[in-house]
Write a new protein. Structure first.
Length: 150
């Protein structure tokens, strides 16, 4: 009986170790994804810094009198209006695509939140079971102590 209990424990421990290793493998993959996400964020931040530096430079030129109204012509204005219209159209198209993507992501986030909340409930229930087990283990320990005490 004692050997069987030892084997039961070792088998349980071996299975638990396999489960932990599986989780560890997933954590390695998650950490790699987090590193990639961080790299993407840092690259985006670099782009923001460069954009802002460029805008500050342009603003300084404008503030220093860099806008020469006398160089404006109807042809140049028409060309700029046409270019700006094309850019605005492209920006609107990208904004619409981003909006659709945000809607999809939002739905996925809500589904994930629901799963997380369900997991939290399960965890709390399991915690109660663990506490009951701990109490029963303590009772068994007391029984064993009584048996082996003179």
């Amino acid at each position: 009986m004692l050997n069987q209990a030892n084997l039961d424990f070792l088998e349980h421990r071996s299975n638990l170790n396999s489960a932990v290793l599986s989780v560890n493998e997933k954590m390695v993959a998650v950490n790699q994804m987090l590193i990639e996400i961080n790299d993407t964020i840092m690259k985006a931040n670099e782009g923001i810094v460069k954009f802002n530096q460029n805008q500050i430079s342009q603003n300084n030129k404008l503030l220093a009198g860099g806008l020469a109204m006398e160089k404006a012509t109807p042809a140049k204005n028409a060309s700029r209006i046409k270019e700006n219209g094309a850019r605005a159209k492209a920006i609107k198209s990208k904004a619409n695509a981003n909006s659709k993507k945000m809607d999809t992501i939002s739905k996925e986030m809500k589904a994930n939140r629901s799963k997380i909340e369900k997991n939290a409930s399960t965890i709390m229930s399991r915690r109660d079971d663990i506490m009951k087990n701990a109490s029963n283990i303590a009772k068994n320990q007391a029984k064993v102590a009584k048996r082996i005490s003179p």
